[in-house]
Design a protein around this ligand. Structure first.
Ligand SMILES: C[S@@+](CC[C@H](N)C(=O)[O-])C[C@H]1O[C@@H](n2cnc3c(N)ncnc32)[C@H](O)[C@@H]1O
Length: 400
């Protein structure tokens, strides 16, 4: 056991200023704030190299695991200072320990969430780290992803018959359909009783457990519209199972634009008669192309825009914001399916803040409604779950 982890075991109480002083001294002496129990064990066993077990039990984990059941407000402030010191010396907010838990998970589990200062400190560190990472990767990672996608698209568009066993086609097929849009757009889809999935690897593109979320989202789209005026002009990006579009149709909008990129979904929409509905305009293709065209034409502006696609990432949403601000009316509303970071509550909370900050750059304000999600969705028929939190943060974004 290192002197650092020993100190963070909080053996003596009350937790007072002396802890902060000792912690600062130890870190200043050169012990890394990321020194893990696993590294200590390896060193004690005389190993030079630590086996990468994927488990990193950091000093921050030790501190949080050692918090007594009851501690005073004064002690809370000391623990907060200790967390500040650890972060100042480079502690990570999202390392996973021997139980696959991050420091934020440990606090959340103990009920320290929703406004708790210690939990908020972790969220704050997460937001800073995300923003820093984005700055560092801005020129590199996003460009690489775009370049990779472009190459994939070229491969997909190339007319090489698959019977020739083209290496390029095989390469594209190997790509994860949930991660790579070009691979997704090439994959066959299947509508089941309660979901839309990729046929081969059973990625859940859309599932009907989201129906209440779609109902709420539709509510938001019509919320600010003057009921005495003509119906609003609305845009939904991503048709999927058509759940939200069906709710939107029930509200009789003046015009209902639907943007959809996948050929199988467009075929399904045609079979269901969506192309014939008098107030519906189908924008076939990726929003990146179809909406840019609308923006260039400058002929339509929306009262409400909803975004829910598949196999896209937050970098795509950052691009989307640029388009949205040009297409939405000054009193319009923008919302989206919020699964950002939803595999862990603390990541979900970090992204909630990141969204608030990003839309602020456009003079917009994001309010979230928190909806409890009582029962766990049934993930049996899909490859992996894409939502693990017990609550849903429904975003409503308007010009401030
Ligand atoms: C999660 S589903 C949408 C579900 C929909 N909200 C509903 O209520 O059923 C995502 C949809 O977005 C489409 N999509 C994915 N990427 C897209 C893009 N770049 N542009 C337009 N549509 C896209 C997918 O093909 C899929 O139909």
């Amino acid at each position: 056991m290192s002197s650092l982890h020993e100190l963070l075991n909080l053996q003596t109480q009350p937790i007072d200023e002396s802890y902060v002083e000792k912690l600062t001294a130890l870190l200043k002496s050169g012990i890394p704030a990321t020194y893990t129990i696993e590294q200590i064990a390896a060193h004690e066993a005389g190993q030079d190299d630590v086996q990468d077990t994927g488990s990193n039990t950091t000093p921050l984990h030790t501190l949080i695991r050692s918090l007594p059941d009851v501690f005073s407000e004064k002690e809370t402030q000391i623990v907060l200072k200790m967390m500040d010191v650890l972060f100042e010396f480079g502690a990570g907010w999202n390392f996973l320990d021997f139980e696959n838990k991050s420091p934020g998970d440990l606090l959340f589990e103990r009920g320290f969430c929703d406004g708790n200062v210690l939990y908020n400190r972790i969220v704050e560190a997460g937001v800073s780290a995300e923003l820093l990472l984005r700055k560092l990767n801005d020129d590199i990672e996003f460009l690489d992803v775009e370049q990779e996608d472009k190459e994939e698209e070229e491969e997909i568009e190339s007319e090489v018959p698959s019977s020739q066993g083209s290496v390029a086609a095989e390469h594209a097929e190997q790509h994860d359909t949930a991660e790579h849009q070009a691979a997704y757009l090439k994959a066959d889809l299947e509508y089941t009783a309660n979901a839309l999935v990729t046929k081969e690897n059973k990625d859940g593109v859309m599932m009907d457990w989201e129906t209440d979320i779609m109902r709420l989202a539709c509510e938001t789209m019509f919320q600010h519209h003057d009921a005495t005026a003509d119906g609003p002009v609305v845009l939904n990006i991503g048709f999927g199972m058509g759940i939200i579009d069906t709710f939107i149709q029930d509200r009789q909008p003046a015009k209902h634009y639907i943007c959809e990129a996948h050929p199988d979904v467009l075929k399904h929409m045609r079979e269901q008669g969506w192309h014939e509905k008098p107030n519906v305009v189908i924008l076939s293709g990726r929003w990146q192309e179809t909406l840019s065209k609308l923006l260039d034409e400058g002929s339509v502006f929306f009262d409400a825009i909803y975004y829910d696609t598949f196999s896209e990432h937050y970098a795509d949403m950052l691009d989307l914001y640029d388009t949205i601000v040009g297409l939405i009316k000054p009193d319009g509303v923008f919302s989206f399916f919020n699964g950002l970071g939803a595999d862990r509550q603390v990541c979900y909370d970090v992204y909630k803040r990141v969204v608030e900050m990003d839309v602020k750059n456009y003079g917009m304000k994001c309010d979230f409604d928190t909806i409890p999600l009582p029962k766990n969705p049934d993930w049996e028929d899909v490859r992996r779950s894409y939502f693990s939190c017990d609550r849903y943060y429904h975003p409503k974004i308007r010009f401030a």
